[in-house]
Design a protein around this ligand. Structure first.
Ligand SMILES: Cc1cc2nc3c(=O)[nH]c(=O)nc-3n(C[C@H](O)[C@H](O)[C@H](O)COP(=O)(O)OP(=O)(O)OC[C@H]3O[C@@H](n4cnc5c(N)ncnc54)[C@H](O)[C@@H]3O)c2cc1C
Length: 419
């Protein structure tokens, strides 16, 4: 049994690291467990939206963040018929929050962890995989059991019980703690799966296709993230088509990629076999209740997000900020109870439902059509307004950049830029 903490946070993704940083700044003793040895994760998006950029400034971290290698996304386009239209023009928003930053997620997480490590109350344990919930005599969650993994073999080196009056599950879409708690999310249909792989890139190469710009094919879509010496590619095709794709073989797959990105056709031979592809089973779901006595779930663990619109990271960050605002005072004065946990869900419920509804509409209007080999059908009024009145693009830009009911950093987390 190890020294108890005031809050055990499981998962070092955007939700868990931001929650750990905020609670530590409030003076709450917080321990974050992350099952991986580092934050190097390619199979995630890189978008840092305006709401997060503003939070970083409020935390006094904006200048440091802007030093990280990054690119900017100025608008968001969608296909319409055989062409495309600008759904959101971020340039119409007020400076300095008039763009979406594209930063490899490991750079963002390492940067936030460096800031959190300045706080004496913050502890991060890597290679620590939560395996079960601890409960007290009344059945309330009283902490978490975790194992320290051998980084090479994945075998168990040690097992620990971490006691805490509150455990927050930030362990993502495949949440182990959610399964252990018995909470089951409502699933919404998703029309596609994602296959990830890499193609090489000359660091001097100037992109002919803007980073992350989706390329739409007859029944598939391709997204790419620009890294220094490689392109991280996400190929989207109909859900459940993995066996069919693999049966077609690697040559047919290379042709699919070359058709979507002719500028990369000179290197599709780098996909040596279908084993080079990593399949991601995309989910869109939501828990009806995000808490039980002693346990709260936030981020993808409470509501898995589709990649549509690329907003899941920011929603997870917003959950963490709202949770810290409500939890910190209650953890410090010992008044935390079920009402405190319900207050977190209440604050984040509407923004979550709005964003997921928007994603489901995008699935229906764009992805369902494309996957069925049809032309995408975004609402005609939207296409008309955007093309006829370019200023209209400010409204979707604001919704995408800040999301509904965006959070500000509470006073206890704010610092001057040079602090
Ligand atoms: C294909 C795809 C592309 C996407 N692209 C974008 C995008 O461009 N922009 C965007 O904003 N969103 C995007 N999203 C959504 C986004 O990735 C998620 O919504 C966001 O990462 C959720 O953050 P989180 O912290 O809740 O969970 P996660 O980011 O999933 O983090 C969970 C963390 O918990 C750790 N963990 C898991 N289990 C355990 C355990 N048992 N013990 C300890 N640690 C554990 C994991 O290693 C991980 O570090 C995309 C999603 C998909 C599926």
């Amino acid at each position: 049994m190890e020294k108890p903490t005031q809050c055990a946070v499981v998962g070092g993704g955007p939700a868990g690291i931001v929650l750990g940083l905020f609670l530590a700044r409030a003076g709450v003793h917080v321990t974050v467990l992350e099952k991986h040895a580092d934050f190097l994760r390619d199979f995630r998006g890189d978008t840092v939206h305006a709401s997060t950029l503003r939070l970083l400034d409020e935390l006094g971290l904006g200048d440091g963040f802007r030093q990280l290698p990054q690119s900017r996304m100025d608008n968001f386009r969608l296909p319409a018929g055989s062409g495309e239209f600008v759904l959101a023009d971020f340039g119409l928003l007020k400076e300095p929050y008039n763009y979406v930053a594209m930063v490899p997620q490991w750079d963002l997480l390492n940067f936030l962890v460096d800031a959190a490590r300045q706080e004496p109350c913050f502890t991060l344990i890597m290679n620590a995989e939560a395996t079960d919930l601890l409960t007290d005599g009344s059945g309330a969650v009283a902490g978490v059991r975790y194992r320290i993994k051998d980084p090479i073999t994945g075998g168990t080196l040690e097992t620990h019980d971490l006691q805490a009056p509150l455990t927050v599950a930030c362990d993502g879409r495949g949440s182990v703690l959610r399964a252990k708690s018995g909470l089951t999310p409502k699933e919404f249909p998703v029309p596609f799966d994602v296959w990830w792989f890499r193609l090489s890139r000359d660091p001097e190469e100037i992109e002919r296709v803007a980073s992350i710009s989706p390329r739409f094919g007859d029944s598939d879509v391709l997204l790419s993230l620009t890294r220094r010496d490689y392109h991280q590619i996400a190929y989207l095709a109909a859900k459940g088509s993995d066996p069919e794709l693999r049966a077609e073989g690697v040559d047919a797959f290379r042709n699919r990629i070359a058709r979507l990105r002719p500028d990369l056709s000179d290197r599709v031979g780098e996909i040596l076999s279908m084993d080079n592809l990593h399949l991601l089973d995309v989910k869109l779901n939501r828990l009806a209740t995000w808490h039980k006595p002693g346990l709260l779930l936030i981020g993808d663990a409470a509501h898995a997000m589709s990649p549509a619109g690329g907003v899941g990271i920011n929603l997870a960050v917003q959950d963490a900020v709202a949770a810290a605002r409500i939890l910190a005072p209650a953890l410090l004065d010992g008044s935390l109870d079920d009402h405190t946990l319900a207050a977190v869900q209440k604050r984040r419920w509407l923004p979550t439902v709005i964003v997921q509804t928007f994603q489901r509409l995008m699935h229906r209007a764009i992805f369902n059509q494309v996957m069925a080999g049809k032309q995408p059908k975004p609402p005609r009024a939207l296409v008309f307004l955007s093309r006829k009145f370019p200023l209209f693009r400010k409204i979707p830009a604001r919704m995408l950049a800040f999301g509904p009911l965006p959070e500000h950093a509470p006073g206890f987390a704010r610092r001057k830029p040079d602090a």
